[in-house]
Design a protein around this ligand. Structure first.
Ligand SMILES: [Zn+2]
Length: 395
């Protein structure tokens, strides 16, 4: 039996849960049955929430405001308020990680891309931890983050997942589903769904890289490092650097992500492969970042953010549209023929997606007079302070 987890934007893809259900121990199989059942309930709730999210009044904040709730293994959201903005650490790892990760995500969007919170208008960041007993997933429900404790309650030998707040990129990933919901609203199926997943991975990874002060070279480009217990043979749930290599485990199965259009997977599973084919745009972003060097959030991230928030990106967009659009906005931001625009072209080419040829800007024409890139000198000047020194997180 295959799980039917359709429109809920969970971090763990259904095929991974299916594998555990087939190959796991009795305890692990039991756990998967619970999760699939829970996911069906959550999906129903969420469908309503997503429809209402656009019109529903949201808790507004004045700047960064985080609230963490503890639902104490129950399901009735949001739960008991346990930490608000500026409150000291509680000593409960899940509470404190949810708080810190929401803060790092807020800071990336606010400090680098000048986006006021997830909805662009100062939405308060609510998170609930300790959702259900032994819940192996994390999700954005349309208005808040929800995290399970993983298998922390199972006997040591049966544990596959740690608590879901343990990986900061998972927090950034899930909150980015919120950003996508309030911007391009990419439909969560087929290529547009894989793009939705990919934007979530891109900005999730950037939240982590920025929190760790890592250049593109230093980053591991793994999504969910630390989530698996030592019993699992894998580094994390996806690899942006080498899609298809993140895990290879007797119980969880093998990472099935392609990194090239030649290997695009046509499937009806996983909403048309949203967690599978996302490997293709993920890898394109990795290549662009690698080509550009330095901190990936400063250039590659800025280009991807400009594409995500561009009015021409529609809910049904496919990979080609995002490839063309990132190349176009790279030209707007950094100049036609700039190294940045060439890097974007190279990134998509490496995954088998052709974009318009980019004529290298050879610097001819003296001071660059008349070239669109010229205006960019000024634009970069305006943008530069936004990518200024990294503000270190406290505690
Ligand atoms: Zn996701």
């Amino acid at each position: 039996m295959h799980s039917r987890i359709h429109s809920i934007q969970c971090i763990i893809p259904p095929h991974m849960l299916d594998n555990v259900q087939e190959k796991g121990s009795e305890a692990q199989k039991g756990r998967m049955r619970q999760i699939i059942e829970a996911s069906n309930q959550i999906r129903e709730e969420r469908t309503g929430l997503m429809a209402a999210a656009a019109v529903m009044p949201r808790a507004q904040a004045d700047g960064k405001e985080r609230v963490v709730y503890d639902v104490q293994q129950g399901t009735s959201l949001p739960g008991r308020r346990v930490r608000g903005e500026g409150d000291p650490a509680t000593g409960d790892a899940a509470v404190d990680e949810a708080y810190d990760g929401a803060g790092e995500t807020y800071d990336l969007y606010n400090d680098v891309y000048e986006r006021k919170s997830i909805d662009g208008s100062a939405m308060r960041l609510d998170s609930t931890v300790h959702f259900r007993q032994g819940y192996d997933n994390a999700f954005w429900n349309g208005r808040q983050m929800v995290y399970g404790d993983g298998d922390e309650d199972l006997p040591e030998g049966d544990r596959l997942f740690n608590r879901f707040t343990i990986a900061i990129d998972i927090i950034g990933h899930e909150l980015t589903h919120g950003v996508v919901q309030f911007t391009a609203a990419l439909e969560y199926r087929n290529q547009s769904g894989a793009l939705n997943e990919s934007f979530a991975d891109v900005f999730g990874s950037l939240v982590k890289q920025r929190a760790l002060d890592q250049t593109a070279d230093q980053a591991d480009w793994i999504i969910g490092a630390g989530l698996f217990t030592s019993r699992v043979n894998g580094q994390g749930i996806r690899s942006m650097k080498a899609p298809g290599t993140a895990y290879d485990d007797p119980v969880l199965g093998t990472d099935s992500q392609p990194g090239h259009m030649d290997d695009f997977v046509n499937t009806t599973q996983d909403n048309g492969g949203v967690h599978i084919n996302s490997g293709i745009p993920n890898h394109a972003f990795y290549v662009v970042s690698r080509e550009l060097g330095g901190f990936a959030w400063e250039k590659a991230g800025r280009i991807w953010y400009a594409a995500l928030t561009h009015p021409s990106l529609t809910a049904q967009a496919e990979f080609q549209k995002v490839a063309d659009l990132t190349q176009e906005v790279a030209g707007d931001l950094f100049g036609r023929g700039s190294l940045e625009q060439q890097a974007v072209h190279t990134g998509w080419k490496e995954v088998g997606i052709q974009t318009e040829a980019v004529e290298p800007d050879d610097g001819g024409g003296g001071d660059g007079g008349g070239r669109p890139g010229c205006a960019l000198g000024a634009l970069t000047g305006i943008l530069a302070p936004l990518v200024g020194p990294r503000r270190r997180a406290t505690a």
